[in-house]
Design a protein around this ligand. Sequence first.
Ligand SMILES: NC(=O)C1=CN([C@@H]2O[C@H](COP(=O)(O)OP(=O)(O)OC[C@H]3O[C@@H](n4cnc5c(N)ncnc54)[C@H](OP(=O)(O)O)[C@@H]3O)[C@@H](O)[C@H]2O)C=CC1
Ligand SMILES: Nc1nc2c(ncn2[C@@H]2O[C@H](COP(=O)(O)O)[C@@H](O)[C@H]2O)c(=O)[nH]1
Length: 316
Amino acid sequence: MIKTELNYGDVYLVPKKTVVDSRKECDTSVQFGPRRFAMPVYPSNMKSVVSAETCELFAREGWFYTLHRFNVDAVAFTRYMQEQGLFASISVGVNDDTYEQLDALKAAGLSPEYMTLDIANAWCVKAERMIKHIKQHFPDTFLIGGNVATAEAARDLEAWGCDAIKAGIAGGRVCITKNKTGFHRPMVSTVRDCVAAVKIPVIADGGIVEHGDIAKALVCGATMVMAGSLFAGYDESAGDIVEIAGKHYKEYFGSASQFNKGAYVNVEGKKILVEYKGSMGKLLRELQEDLQSSVSYAGGATLSALRDVEMIQVYR
Ligand SMILES: NC(=O)C1=CN([C@@H]2O[C@H](COP(=O)(O)OP(=O)(O)OC[C@H]3O[C@@H](n4cnc5c(N)ncnc54)[C@H](OP(=O)(O)O)[C@@H]3O)[C@@H](O)[C@H]2O)C=CC1
Ligand SMILES: Nc1nc2c(ncn2[C@@H]2O[C@H](COP(=O)(O)O)[C@@H](O)[C@H]2O)c(=O)[nH]1
């Protein structure tokens, strides 16, 4: 029997009676780990999406962020952010270079507030070793483990010690994992299964096409949403700007692309050009307005209203 599963584009949310006088009354803030953030969405920890400067901007705006893990100095970044009175949120891998980076953080007496273990399939023995190592040596750090796509994987990462998990395999815009390996699960099914399986927060990662997909992810039970292409086209995005026939674009490439790896080995990502859209400030405001509107349609004044919304499948 072949199961049918759903993506954000296959579903819509059923409106309820609005109880606020203005969308401005709707509060989009979210508690995530030790801190509260202005919005439950943040940019992907990819080299073509965030730089250290992008991360600082998000932290100053009161949004969550995670720096990517490719050729960065985790010690210098953590120290810089904490000296500015901002929180430090870094990414790590599973290989020897990560163990060395963690030793260097420890030697410097630094402990980032948040760490994200970032590999394609975190339901693996190398991730298990790394998660246990981080929880032993950085007990005060809030550890996000990912990515996973099933209830069983989510439960294992929770048992290994993760404080949150990131769900979503092969649903990203620059992903070619599903083409090259055949593996993928649509996001609505992935997020709902993972949320139902664990007590810790779940981050829905990848596949956000429309702003309304963020509300759909929250209705599926996600606490946070990570998005790459959504944040890739702005001045503050990390990708290079490109001009073609008088039109401007920004480069957006996958972390498992040849461009990120520097070699064509186990490539599961591609590079695309996304429309250049100017300053990120406009996007952040619009995302907040749209989510405030979603909360009002959900019949409440806080994000918790989205926990109790009916989702319907649309046949096309
Ligand atoms: N969310 C998603 O759907 C996906 C995200 N990505 C992103 O791309 C980046 C690279 O990811 P990833 O390839 O996991 O990380 P790395 O290339 O950094 O691999 C980490 C380590 O795990 C090993 N490894 C990776 N995949 C497998 C596997 N299938 N079986 C056994 N060992 C494995 C690698 O060894 P070896 O290379 O020798 O196998 C390597 O030692 C990450 O940032 C990740 O988030 C990539 C694909 C999908
Ligand atoms: N299969 C791959 N997935 C990747 C790669 N680099 C990043 N990612 C994942 O995609 C999301 C962003 O998706 P978007 O739809 O919001 O653009 C990102 O957070 C990663 O989980 C890759 O090279 N291959």
